[in-house]
Ligand binder design. Structure first.
Ligand code: FAD
Length: 497
């Protein structure tokens, strides 16, 4: 009777549930890791994402070996062939796998016809279990993130003073929307030069005969837990203090502002959400940091991240095909090239090509907002996001893109669409300054497409939007619009592509 463990590529933590429960028997527990080339081609991925995942896997395999686990690391076309071989070679009678984070992979795993038992161990990389989220959601009409977040704060006793939130408020978001005015003294991100292992993966990706997205170099991401912990320390030392106020601001040439750059590591298991929250809370108490920054950050990790993952497993399969507005416009080519005169889109897509990274407002209010108001087909947009970002996984992509970004779920997640005109882009960024379009104009040859698409979106979906109570104020402005302007707006939106 031999128990073996297959460690998946986003489960790179020595304390992950399957490894943790065999720790006392590690020397007699074969461990398998597989780098599948087919998996890397199932869809297009950012070249740096492939490097990050494969390099982090190789580093983790080496760490497990050093710790005494008998690890087999296979580079293969698919998963099933090396898995079956390894099961036979090691006489495995029970294969243990920590529950995959993504639904398609769980389906794939369960459909494998293996010559041994398969035991799926509950995933311990999140604060909430899938069942815990379902229990929270089951008796509610609306699944408001804010209620979920407060329940989490109480349950885990994070930023609490007895039964009350520290600072007297649950949420300091209003203080975290400063536009980027004047010279901002932004901190440098912590970067890492590729070591030999990473260099070898870079070469593999460079010479791969399948399509990827974006530049593979310079590759500067952390690839081990030790490096990821350094990024966390660096965030606390140089970024957390000012994380809050400029959280929504966008500046040309400033790829990261005060953001944490932690999602790639959290999503791979190199960092655990609870340890991140705990050190940030500790820093708040020890260093007297501003509550709006600390609470703002903790809400992202404890609230939004857990909520997105809980919702992803809570909804039915049909959620992923939803298209509330029946949008069917194909994704324009410039999403793949950055080649557009709209400077905001050009800057953000160019940044994503170079780095695989964009911060939340770049993703939500530039990329997804444009896709929403221009009526792009939601599942195609989701595919693009999945291809473009270093931290993209099915569990985090689907609800963020379909629910938050595109309102394709009709309001399961958000109480109104995150749609905005150029006015927002101009307020929260400097992108409009370098643009050939006029951010103030919604008609005329220099009208900013964010304006005519925005008003056209409201006009086209007036009936559906009317039922979203929070949209009535803005629809009243649409009613006041001069009919000739509205005709021109419709024309421009129809003919833009
Ligand atoms: P910070 O701004 O410093 O935030 C701290 C942490 O909070 C992040 O590292 C992340 O782990 C967590 N977080 C914050 N918001 C969310 C959220 N909405 N969902 C999940 N985690 C959150 N996040 C991903 O990890 N992968 C994705 O593929 C992804 N795609 C997105 C697509 C769209 C359309 C939108 C609107 C958001 C998406 N997000 C995604 C959420 C968020 O934008 C990123 O987590 C964040 O920008 C990562 O950068 P950071 O680590 O510097 O984050």
């Amino acid at each position: 009777m031999t128990t073996g463990i297959w460690v998946l590529g986003d489960q790179l933590y020595a304390g992950q549930a399957a490894l943790a429960q065999r720790d006392e028997h590690k020397t007699e527990t074969p461990v398998l890791m597989i780098e599948s080339r087919q998996h890397g081609q199932q869809r297009r991925y950012h070249a740096q994402k492939l490097v990050l995942v494969w390099s982090a896997m190789r580093h983790f395999a080496a760490e497990l070996k050093d710790a005494g686990w008998p690890v087999s690391y296979k580079i293969a076309e698919d998963f099933a062939t090396p898995l079956r071989q390894w099961i036979q070679e090691h006489d495995i009678t029970t294969l243990q796998v920590m529950e995959p984070s993504d639904r398609p992979f769980l389906t794939f795993l369960q459909a494998l016809d293996l010559p041994c038992d398969l035991e799926i161990i509950p995933n311990n990389h999140f604060l909430w279990s899938v069942d815990g989220f379902k229990a929270w959601a089951s008796d509610r009409k609306s699944l408001l993130m804010e209620s979920f977040y407060r329940a989490g704060r109480k349950e885990l006793n994070v930023l609490m003073a007895g039964d009350e939130p520290v600072g007297g408020q649950w949420n300091f978001d209003k203080e975290n929307r400063k536009p980027p005015k004047g010279k901002l003294d932004t901190p440098e991100p912590l970067t890492f030069a590729p070591d030999e292992i990473t260099q070898a993966v870079i070469e593999t990706v460079q010479t791969a005969d399948f399509p990827t997205f974006g530049a593979v170099e310079p590759f500067q991401w952390a690839v081990t837990r030790d490096q990821a912990l350094q990024v966390l320390d660096h965030f606390i030392a140089t970024r957390l203090n000012t994380f809050g106020p400029y959280q929504d601001a966008m500046v040309t040439g400033e790829d990261t502002m005060w953001h944490a750059l932690l999602s790639p590591y959290l999503n791979l298991g190199l960092l655990q959400p609870l340890e991140v929250i705990e050190v940030v809370e500790q820093a708040y108490h020890e260093q007297d940091l501003p509550i709006n920054s600390v609470e703002g950050f903790i809400r992202q990790v404890m609230g939004w991240r857990e909520y997105m993952r809980g919702l992803y497993w809570h909804v039915d399969e049909e959620y992923f095909d939803r298209n509330f507005f029946d949008h069917d416009r194909p994704l324009p080519d410039f999403f793949w090239t950055g080649d557009t005169d709209m400077n905001c889109l050009h800057q953000v897509i160019d940044q994503v090509q170079r780095t695989g990274y964009g911060h939340h407002i770049q993703r939500l209010m530039i990329l997804a907002n444009f896709a929403l108001i221009a009526g792009l087909q939601p599942q195609e947009v989701e595919d693009w996001f999945h291809a473009a970002f270093i931290d993209a996984y099915d569990w985090v992509m689907q609800t963020n893109v379909l629910g938050m970004g595109l309102f394709a779920d009709g309001g399961v997640l958000a109480s109104k669409p995150y749609s905005a005109s150029a006015n927002y882009v101009n307020r929260m960024s400097d992108y409009c300054k370098g643009c050939r379009y006029n951010h103030k104009a919604k008609t005329g040859d220099d009208a900013c497409p964010f304006n005519f698409f925005y008003w056209d979106f409201l006009d086209r979906h007036r009936d559906k939007l009317k039922s979203q109570g929070r949209m009535n104020f803005i629809l009243a402005n649409l009613d006041k619009m001069n009919p000739e302007d509205l005709d021109e707006i419709r024309d421009r939106a129809a003919n833009f592509f």
